[in-house]
Write a protein that binds this ligand. Structure first.
Ligand code: PEP
Length: 280
């Protein structure tokens, strides 16, 4: 109708400008939810195929959130071939901080990207506890994952004894600072933080939405002390016995941007129901 902006009446131009500004503001301030399955050391070829097909069928029509599964190394090729081109990404659960070398049994970052991994879980409490992974090693892995082009999902969280001693924030701050000190706050622009209280992982005990929200808000404030914009956009997942029955309440909290799901990610209907909760 109007061939040149000069001929558009001023009132219309001002109104359109306001709408445009409003839309940019909305896009900048809305964090997309993310739901990631952590299969841990579970799976077999036939079972995986059934599970992934069930997940794909259930989330195919979902929009407005992102989904991924982190599978054991031997099944990365299977995940890649079944999930390629879908709205479900895939990744791994660990990696070596080294590019290559004489590290028997270890898996290099470039090997994960060879199989199309978008995500890699770093510093999961099972790695920290059972494999004695320190904050230093976890932050080196974070760095290596980013250098290879993947998005690290960096796990933090306190044990029951630490919560009962009222040092949750101190523990989480130390874990987070390991990354901030090594990689710098800008590195968090392409990373996900997962708050996983150790006492809630695989135990059936979930943190209440308020308990989780308090720690998520603490994490965002701490990152915000370095860079408010990075903090505002940072995706912070909650993990620890998330199920279809509690996902909606958790995901409804202001600073909870989705979930890292262990046991419930091994059952297609349950995982899909959690993904659906992220839509709301
Ligand atoms: C996990 O493995 O990261 C996890 C949160 O496990 P679960 O959901 O089984 O507690």
């Amino acid at each position: 109708m109007f061939r040149s902006i000069r001929f558009v009446p001023l009132t219309i131009r001002l109104f359109a400008g306001r709408i445009a500004r409003f839309r940019v503001w909305r896009i900048d301030n809305v964090r997309r939810k993310l739901v990631v399955g952590n299969w841990k050391m579970y799976g077999r070829l036939a079972r995986n195929q059934e599970l992934l097909q069930g997940v794909l069928a259930g989330v195919r029509e979902l929009r407005g959130a992102d989904y991924a599964v982190c599978v054991p190394y031997p099944y990365l090729a299977q995940a890649q071939s079944l999930l390629q081109g879908s709205n479900v990404a895939w990744g791994a659960q660990n990696l070596s901080p080294n590019e290559e070398g004489a590290f028997t049994g270890a898996v290099a970052p470039g090997m994960l990207t060879d199989f199309g991994c978008k995500f890699v879980i770093i510093g999961h409490s099972e790695r920290r506890g059972l494999f004695h992974e320190s904050n230093e090693v976890a932050s080196a892995k974070f760095d290596a994952a980013q250098k290879a082009g993947m998005t690290p999902i960096f796990c933090v969280g306190e044990t029951l004894a630490e919560r009962e001693s009222d040092i949750t924030e101190q523990v989480v701050a130390t874990q987070l600072d390991a990354v901030l000190d090594r990689a710098g706050v800008q590195a968090l622009s392409n990373a996900v933080i997962a708050y996983e209280p150790v006492w809630a992982i695989g135990t059936g005990k979930t943190a209440s939405p308020e308990q989780a929200q308090a720690v998520h808000a603490f994490i965002r404030r701490r990152v915000g002390g370095h860079d408010p914009e990075v903090a505002e956009k940072l995706c912070i997942l909650y993990g620890g016995s998330v199920k279809a029955a509690n996902a909606e309440a958790l995901f409804g909290m202001a600073d909870i941007d989705g979930g890292l799901i262990g046991g419930a990610s091994l059952v297609a209907e349950e995982f899909v129901a959690i993904c659906r909760a992220a839509q709301k």
